[in-house]
Design a protein around this ligand. Sequence first.
Ligand SMILES: C[S@@+](CC[C@H](N)C(=O)[O-])C[C@H]1O[C@@H](n2cnc3c(N)ncnc32)[C@H](O)[C@@H]1O
Length: 404
Amino acid sequence: MDNKEINELKRFFLVTPLGLEQLAAQELVFWHKEAKDLEELKGGVEFTSTFAKACELNTCLKVPSRILLRLTDFRCRDFPKLFQKIQKIKWGGLLNSKHMDIVTSVHKSRINNRKRVQLTVFEALQKSKDASLKLEDIKPQKLFIRFFNDQCFVSVDLSGDHLHQRGYKTFSTDAPIRENLAAAMVYEMFGSKNWTQAAEDIGKIKLIDPMCGSGTLLLEAAQLFTKNKLRPYGCDKMLTAEQLEKPGVFEESTYQWAGLEGYDISDKSIEASHQNLANTQNVSLRKLIKFQEQDIFKADEIENNEAKPPDGKPLEKDTTVQRNWVICNPPYGERIKTEGLRNNDFHWLIMQIIKKYSPENIGILLPVKNVRGLKPIKAYKRRTKNFENGGLKVSFLILQKKAP
Ligand SMILES: C[S@@+](CC[C@H](N)C(=O)[O-])C[C@H]1O[C@@H](n2cnc3c(N)ncnc32)[C@H](O)[C@@H]1O
């Protein structure tokens, strides 16, 4: 793609987990103040920007699962027209793989055979001279063809692998949370505050995950305002080496938590968390985040027992941190259980968290049905954010301590 083309305004779409569209829009504006004409739709956010900036957003945004370039849309009620329109698109520079993954959806349209849509698009691409230039034998590239009300929308993927695959999490445990959902949970704890102000405030807060599994929530919290350069992105291949090397437009921020502590009853989880932390290749994070084996219900051991860094040396007690926030994703009690918790009594679990950490804010991810039945806790205001986690409807319950 030439320099003129990468700086032209185009329309893009952030594919976002259902229920997190508004957070994704907020995150987009946080990084990209000049993004124009934002439109929140079901499952994503559309906006106008340049190709160069949209490519760079792959490294910045933590909530979306991919970024698409909206190529064109046209009215289409028959296959010959689809063939002709696809063939005519200026594909040069947009396609890079010999292998296409043509993702189709059809709703309320005369064309309703998805398989035939795929075949027609594939054949049209093969016949298009413009599309067959410089194709490499690499992973399939995703092309999205959506029919709605007889309108055909064509989009091309700019992300490559799903964006939740950050590149640091090679070690996993039972029921890990997806990285983009984890990041969304951390953002959601900021509440209605302006994010820049919230980001400045995290320097006074210690974030604790008492059931950290492979460490996802804390690792996402620690890297919220940094760019992810641990993996390649689909659009890297669409840019020249010179365009890729140019310094980006979006600046990383230096906001960081006062501390991050993760605990888990399982030694394997703590080992996985340490390995994932090492994979971030960020030396300062290794000093900041501590993971340690610990049972949430063994309250009395905690007081003088701060988490230890990987080298095992005890830490000096930090007396400057006044405010604790707790974030957690406990087992839901169906496939895996919270050890020591009877009858899925999540109220009791929350009371235990309060007793142990006296947190100012608690964010806990539970199935919707369990949150509905929870008793109120006098000293805390509550709000919820619902989304889906691995096909299950979940509710992120946030309890915020009332002012005295
Ligand atoms: C759903 S997983 C958390 C997954 C984590 N968010 C991640 O992304 O990897 C729940 C974790 O709670 C831990 N756990 C269960 N009972 C516990 C207890 N009594 N105290 C501390 N951790 C416990 C399990 O070992 C498991 O790692």
